[in-house]
Design a protein around this ligand. Structure first.
Ligand code: GRF
Length: 194
């Protein structure tokens, strides 16, 4: 088998999408391996999940770079390159990126967003979908560009919005779809790279 694509997953918290990607990569036929988990917050729960799975996990603490977003991103970029990363997957990375990192990884950085983009970029996606009276919601995987949640779409999954749904119920349904969508889209993306 050809070399698997070395993927880094960038997180800020829980890391359930990271966990789904780690799980998918256990399949020997998966075209990617999760080579690094990286967080801007040392307390992110996903770092422990990665370590428990035997995956290198590092924090590049944003508090070590006060008022210096670009310096923080240069440090992240250095960690990615030291780990020989080929593709970066943002998964709940809750900090808006500057062109420093976006341009360094243009065409090789993906993000997952919990809405059917271009609907509801940014935060509070489920609250806004419910308030609009939408009949369906979903999630999107897209390439990262400088505009927040604006890059070209690589894949989407749809779920129904059911009577009586609140934000928590909808978020749980969408998250389950995220855990299916992200590994599938990342696998297609990595196959197309080779
Ligand atoms: C997910 O809903 C993802 O779409 C959004 O942030 C959440 C991260 O959840 N960008 P987790 O950390 O992967 O559990």
């Amino acid at each position: 088998m050809t070399q698997r694509t070395r993927v880094a997953v960038l997180i800020s918290g829980r890391g359930s999408n990271l966990e789904a990607l780690i799980g998918a990569a256990r399949d020997p036929a998966c075209p990617f391996e999760i080579a690094l988990a990286l967080s801007n917050k040392p307390e992110a729960g996903g770092l422990a999940t990665a370590r428990a799975a035997g995956i290198d996990a590092v924090a590049v603490d944003q508090r070590d770079f006060p008022k210096d977003r670009e310096g923080h991103e240069r440090a992240i970029d250095a960690a990615l390159r030291a780990a020989k990363i080929e593709v970066v997957a943002l998964a709940g990375y809750m900090r808006i990126l500057t062109p420093v990192l976006v341009e360094a990884w243009a065409g090789r950085m993906l993000n997952i967003h919990p809405s059917l983009l271009p609907l509801y970029p940014g935060l509070d996606t489920h609250g806004r979908a419910l308030a609009a009276g939408d009949g369906e919601a979903g999630c999107s995987v897209h390439l990262v560009t400088v505009g927040v949640d604006e890059g070209p779409l690589l894949g989407q999954a749809r779920v129904p919005i059911l009577p009586g749904d609140d934000e928590a119920a909808l978020a749980e349904r969408v998250l389950a779809a995220e855990h299916q969508l992200y590994p599938a889209v990342l696998a297609d993306f990595c196959r197309a790279l080779k």
